[in-house]
Each structure stands twice: as structure tokens, then as C-alpha cells.
Design a binder for this molecule. Sequence first.
Ligand code: MG
Ligand code: MG
Length: 323
Amino acid sequence: MPSTGLYRPNDLLPGERFGKPLALIAAPCDVAGGRRGSTMGPEALRVAGLPEALRGLGYSVHDRGSLGGPSHPDRERQGGYRHLEETARWVQAVHDSVYDSLGSGELPILLGGDHALSIGSVAGAARHCAERDKPLSLLWLDAHADFNTADSSPSGNLHGMPVAVLCGDGPRALLDIGHATPVLDPARVVQVGIRSVDAVEKRSVVERGLTVYDMRRIDEIGMRATMEQVLEQVARGGGHLHVSFDVDVLDPEIAPGTGTPVSGGLNYREAQLCMEMIHDSGLLASLDVVEVNPALDRRNQTAELAVELVQSLFGEQILARVL
Ligand code: MG
Ligand code: MG
């Protein structure tokens, strides 16, 4: 059920919420980003206590270890893209792991790594859903629309293109990873927190029909109404919700450890309410946590905040159930 009413503490213990084990899949790779360092993201999330926090909420956690990833060759763009071959190999490994995890009855949590990994995780979820005739919705929490193509991208960095690829616009090497092209109908993509979109990209986002709650809209209606609308839209479509959480959706004042920070992002309470409401909806079925870059962070502050927010996403409440 979507969260439509007033807040009240959930009757379920958090660990009972999804009725399935959680899987941690580390995907340490920065080959599709501009600034190096998100390779260290999974380790920073572990150091910040992510596995223990989830177990502390009563979940069974299956640690699937690390997928590794190609090293960063630092080449110039070729044919419109930087490091396409390496990215495609990495994304395929992410796809295979997520597909396997979902098929094993788990709720996979991807620890990135740059945001290109979502091409693999969403494609893996889409393949899983297609085989079960279940619709898939994507909630993209990000400062950026990530809807660039080779023509619109100023840099050729593939971490700025995953949503476009998932909607069928991208290089063949990445489109071929999905079970179908496009992997996802743009009408099933909802973006929240957007505040930096390249000029040509703006037109594509509007023309393709993505639902976007940019920061102005969030300012105007507030996070509660935003998430009520988002979750009602997702719930109407039914099926599987994949949440892709780019930590740069947060304001850089509270989350400085990321490669492409943009001022004017979500504050602490907005972000926490967003996560709490996703949890209460019961719709979440797979998750990415991406773009944590410890090389740019202050004493692991960004990873620690990401862990707190993931705890809220999995049911941490201010008030506990009275046993
Ligand atoms: Mg992103
Ligand atoms: Mg971003």
C-alpha cells in the first residue's frame, strides 16, 4: 500500500517488512565517471557499518562480496563515449549478479561505484520481472537526470547516461545487456531531486515523458506531497520498484563525498522522510547506492549519512513498536 495518510509507527518489525533476505553486492568501479574514487565507495559504506545496521534491524543479510571492476584507463572519449568497453563488461557483471540475487528470492542492494552500474542493476531487475510478467518502476534519486547521449553529453562519461540507455537510447554494447530494448518505458521512470540537467538533455527528458520532481517542485509542494504522489504513481503501476539512490541528490553541505556535487540538494530531514515513506509503501524490491567517493569526503561523513538513510529505507523508526 502506498503511504497516503498520516505517519504512524509501523506494526511490523523492520526485519519482517519484506519477508526476504537482503543481499549486499559491492560494485567498486569508477570507470564511467569523470573524477576517480567511487571505486572505494563500497568499502566506505561497509566501514560506516551498513551490514551491521541492516542486521540490527532484524534482516538476514547475504553478503555476496565484490564484483570487482576494470581499472580506470583514463582514455579520451572515442565514438562519443569514454571507456565504453570497460563499462559494458562491468555493467554485464552487475546485471548477472542482480538477476541471480532476485531469482534467489533476495532483495539486492548494490554498493557503487559510479552510476553507470544502474544500467546493469535495472536491466537485471527488468529481466527478472519480464519472466514473471511483473511491471518494473524506477525511482531515480539524483541531482542529475542522467539522460545524456553521446550527442548531448559534454564529457562522454557514461555515468551521465544510464537512464537514457535504459530507455533505449545509447550504444549497442550497453543496449544489448538488457532482455529487450528499451529495458524500461520512460513513463515508468520517476526522478526526484533533480537540479542539474544539460541543455539538450532537458529537451529529451521532457519529450520522452519522464516524471520529474525537480528541486523547485519539491520546494513548492514539500517532500511529503512529493513522495505521496510518486508512490501513488508507482503503486498504480503495481509490480517491482527499483530505487536508484545517487548520494549527490543530497545537499553537498551534508554529503560532500561525491564526484559531481550540486548545491541546493535535499536536506537531512527531506532525505530521511523520502526514505521513510518509500519504506512504509512496502514497494521496494531492489536498490542501488552509488557515487559515494571517499577521496572527496570528510571523515566518511557521506557514507555514514548514506547508511543512516538506508536504515530509514529499511524501517528504522524514531518510535519503536511497543512489544
Ligand atoms: Mg547519477
Ligand atoms: Mg548525480
